[in-house]
Write a protein that binds this ligand. Structure first.
Ligand code: ZN
Length: 282
């Protein structure tokens, strides 16, 4: 299933995209899409519905993050060898784990706002992993069974805040609007191999990132298992799993986002995002 949440910010309703591409309303069946709807039994109950009988939603409403109630937004750094190289950093021996503030989460096509005084705001197309059932000290073999599904994420990053201001990366990763998620939460039964998904990102129509989850250093199963040794993963937690090469920081000279820029990105089978970059406003 391709699950979505549609409507104005804070008022989204649950929906799904049927096999013909039609948006249908799920609000007669479930209150929202969040931790309580992500377990195997809850997803199976939805899957058994005759989608043709669900109300069709006319037009193209705004989409929000395809799930709400995200309590942890975890990120993996430098998970592609060629991205580590362009960043001038060594290939990590173990996954680099950092947190994105959940207040940065927004819909896939909402505007990205430059933070106040930002000069190095950058882009990162990434595979997002949504946890469906509690995972604590899970093995790699067990790990994917705890995943509800997958989504496209732009891990927007302010490099000066991230790297040049001391302390951890978190300062440059959780600014407002830095976490576009969606358009869809694609349930794991529809993703045959999370390690074989093409990914791309354009800025102003120019291809910047081309990659595949095939070249991740640490696979999704390794990441879920690894993180579950340091914190309990709960339903609705999201892990964004690292970006392939082609970020602005890696260009010679570096290229960063400015107001008016247009970002487009996507992952095979998981849908596309389109964001306009806007200047800081209070
Ligand atoms: Zn990232």
């Amino acid at each position: 299933m391709k699950l979505v949440r549609y409507g104005n910010p804070g008022q989204e309703k649950p929906g799904l995209i049927d096999t013909a591409g039609q948006l249908r309303d799920l609000s007669g069946l479930i209150g929202d899409i969040g931790p309580d709807q992500l377990g195997d039994a809850a997803l199976e109950a939805l899957r058994q519905q005759d989608t043709g009988r669900l109300p069709a939603v006319e037009g193209s409403p705004r989409l929000g993050s395809p799930l709400t109630g995200i309590r942890k937004f975890i990120a993996i750094g430098l998970n592609f060898a060629d991205h580590a190289a362009e960043s001038g950093l060594p290939i990590p021996a173990e996954p680099i784990v950092f947190m994105k503030a959940t207040s940065c989460i927004q819909g896939p096509d909402d505007a990205v706002m430059l933070p106040r005084d930002s000069v190095k705001t950058d882009w990162e197309v990434e595979l997002g992993v949504v946890i469906g059932t509690r995972a604590r000290y899970v093995t790699e073999d067990e790990a994917l069974g705890h995943v509800a599904g997958y989504c496209t994420i732009n891990d927007v990053s302010e490099r000066e805040f991230q790297i040049e201001r001391g302390g951890t990366w978190d300062k440059g990763k959780g600014c407002d609007t830095f976490g576009p998620i969606g358009p869809w939460l694609v349930t794991r039964d529809e993703v045959a191999d999370p390690q074989n998904l093409g990914m791309w990102l354009d800025v102003n129509g120019r291809r910047m990132q081309t990659g595949s989850t095939r070249t991740m250093i640490f696979s999704v199963a390794e990441i879920v298992s690894y993180v579950s040794r340091f914190m309990t993963l709960e339903p609705g937690d999201v892990i964004t799993t690292g970006t392939p090469p082609g970020v602005g920081m890696g260009m010679k000279p570096p290229v960063y986002l400015k107001a008016g820029d247009k970002i487009a990105l996507g992952i095979d089978g998981l849908g596309e995002q389109r964001q306009v970059v806007v200047a800081y406003q209070r």
